[in-house]
Structure formats: structure tokens, C-alpha cells
Design a protein around this ligand. Sequence first.
Ligand SMILES: NC(=O)c1ccc[n+]([C@@H]2O[C@H](COP(=O)([O-])OP(=O)(O)OC[C@H]3O[C@@H](n4cnc5c(N)ncnc54)[C@H](OP(=O)(O)O)[C@@H]3O)[C@@H](O)[C@H]2O)c1
Length: 340
Amino acid sequence: MLTGHAVHMTQRPIGTATTDQFRIVELELAPVGEGQALVRNLLLSVDPYMRQLMSEGWPLNAPLGMGRAIGVVEQSRSLRLPEGTLVFHTGGLQTHVVLDADEPGVRRLVVHEGVELQSYLSILGGTGLTAYVGLTKVLAVADDDIVFLTSIAGGVGVAAAQIARRLGAAKIVGTAGTDAKCALAVDVLGADAAVNWKTTSVRDFLSEHVGGNLSATLDGVGGEQLEAAIEASARHARIAIVGGISQYDASAPWAPPRNFQDIHFKALSVRGYAVRDYAELREEAEDFLVPLLRSGEVVDRVTVSEGFSEVPAALVGLLQGSNTGKAIVCLTPRYTVHAA
Ligand SMILES: NC(=O)c1ccc[n+]([C@@H]2O[C@H](COP(=O)([O-])OP(=O)(O)OC[C@H]3O[C@@H](n4cnc5c(N)ncnc54)[C@H](OP(=O)(O)O)[C@@H]3O)[C@@H](O)[C@H]2O)c1
């Protein structure tokens, strides 16, 4: 019998998620059938949307699916995924998985020379694509734009700041939850200024740095940071809403911005989007980012937790801002990973 390990959620969090609501369990895997492959996971992605799955979507006392991962094929009965192949899939938070080779979300991973494997879960993965789509398609950032990025030192933010710079934004400002992350945003990611939202008013920061001239916002935080963006926006500014992490833990419904009326008064364009609707742009984003990564003009940042037992802590930590760049759990010492 094939076995591995999975994470179970034993209790649904109300408010803040805690590690004691999860446990690691042994997992019995089905035998590898025709057209299937047994994959040993190397890298697991932990993401903010998983907080929403904790409230609704993930069953209790069952493996936590719907998570992106990179693994290697260990047994195969599929010509599409021969043994030794690197695979990208969405099989979730477990050490091993038996995949149908033609399942949606399963693809053979083609690694570009000079690019780290972890980058396919970060800047070349869903978070990088989210940033690319937000800036190039939803906001269509151009030369004269003054850009505001919430959570600028997170997975999406790291990619977004650097892409905005490459698109020629006139000014880039952002928020992060520590002074060190703010320094990274300015010193490494090319932002003009960043503010620690835990110690300083984002409203005052935007007033000082952009006045009322903000033209493009990419927001994944919501709440007061979105309100501050609306307040600092110029007439006809664009706001792309990609999430609302400040609201994910809340037991009450999402708080709409209290200055909602300014969307009308300032004729703002506010547009939500989901990266899953833009999967066909992955190659375009890779064509844009891979040469920049190779030349060092764009850098990746990840926070790596080592070992499968760290999955609950990585997940809970992400919701408390413990990550810089993309949060990843590494299950093997075989691949080199560079921490932030
Ligand atoms: N729609 C889509 O297709 C899509 C795809 C990918 C991501 N997203 C969304 O984009 C946003 C960023 O995702 P990501 O993967 O890049 O995550 P991330 O920024 O790497 O990690 C989450 C960060 O959010 C910040 N945070 C946590 N709790 C917060 C709170 N209560 N208030 C304000 N900030 C808080 C923390 O950073 P700091 O405290 O340092 O700011 C934390 O590090 C999330 O809302 C996510 O759901 C959406």
C-alpha cells in the first residue's frame, strides 16, 4: 500500500486561525491506475485564499485539497507524465498524490535555465501571474501612473512592484506590516516609498506621498487600506481589487469601504478579477519575466518553511504577515531554495 501524509483541519476557525486546528495524518493512497501517476511533492504553496476555504470549502478531517504544488513523478502509468518528470498541480497540502495526468491543473513543468524551481510557485506562479494581469491588463499601467500596492512585500506585491517599475510607472508606493518589509520594497523592489500599516496611518502616508493624484491601485487587503486608496485617488483613477485579506478572518460580512460614494464622485473605475480567468496568459507572463529574472533586473522573494510538519504554521503565519514574498513549504532538501 502507498502511503504519505496529509493535513487535516479538525476545527473551523472563527476569527483568527491557529495551528491547533490542524493535524498531520497518515494518508493511504489509491494504487496508480491507467493514465495516472504517483507524485511526490517537493514544494507546496500556501495562500491567503486558504483562509476562505477554512470557513467554507475544505471539509473537516479530510485532506486539504485545492492547493498548488510542484512534485516529481515516482510511479507512472501515463505517457504524459513519465517517471522523473516535474509536475505542477493543484492537488493540495499533502506529501504525495495520485494524479490523473489529464486532470485540469496538472501540467508537466518546463523549467527555464537559470530559474529556481520555487519561482514556479511564486513570481512565475499564480501570484506572479496575478500581479502581471493586474498591472498589464486590468490597470494597464503606463508611464505617467502613480501606483499604490497594498501588501507590497507579499507574493503578489513583490512581483507587482517590479512589474510596475518595468512598465514605467512614474511613482510606486505601498504598504507592508514591518519596517524591514518596507525597506525591502524601497531598496530592492524599486518602490519610491512604503509604509508600515501597523504603526502609521496609510491615509496620512498617501496624503504625504501622492496627494490626491493616485491613478492606479492594486489592492488585496481591503478595509482601511482600500478606503485610503479611494481617498487618495484622482478623478478617473483605476482600482483593481484582487482580494481583501484584512477581511478574511472576520466573522462578520466584509466591510465595504465607508467612502464608497467617492467611486461615483471621482468617476473611479473599480474592477475585481481572479487569476484563474487568465491562465492563458501564463506564457506571456513568463516571456516577460524570465529574461528579467535571468538578468537579475527582477528578483524573486520567498519565505520557505522546511518540512511537511510546518504546513499549519506556514498557513497561520501567512495570515499574520510572517512571510516576506511568496510563502512556500519545502518538503525536500534536494532542491536549492533561497529564503527572503
Ligand atoms: N483573485 C486572485 O486570483 C488572487 C490570486 C492571488 C492572490 N490574491 C489575493 O491577493 C492578496 C495577496 O496575496 P498573496 O498571495 O500575495 O499573499 P501575501 O501578500 O504573500 O501574504 C499575505 C499578506 O497579507 C498581509 N496581511 C495579513 N493579514 C492582514 C490584515 N489583517 N490586514 C492587512 N494585511 C494583512 C500580510 O502582509 P503585511 O502585513 O506585511 O502587509 C501578509 O504577509 C490576497 O488578498 C490574496 O487573496 C488573489
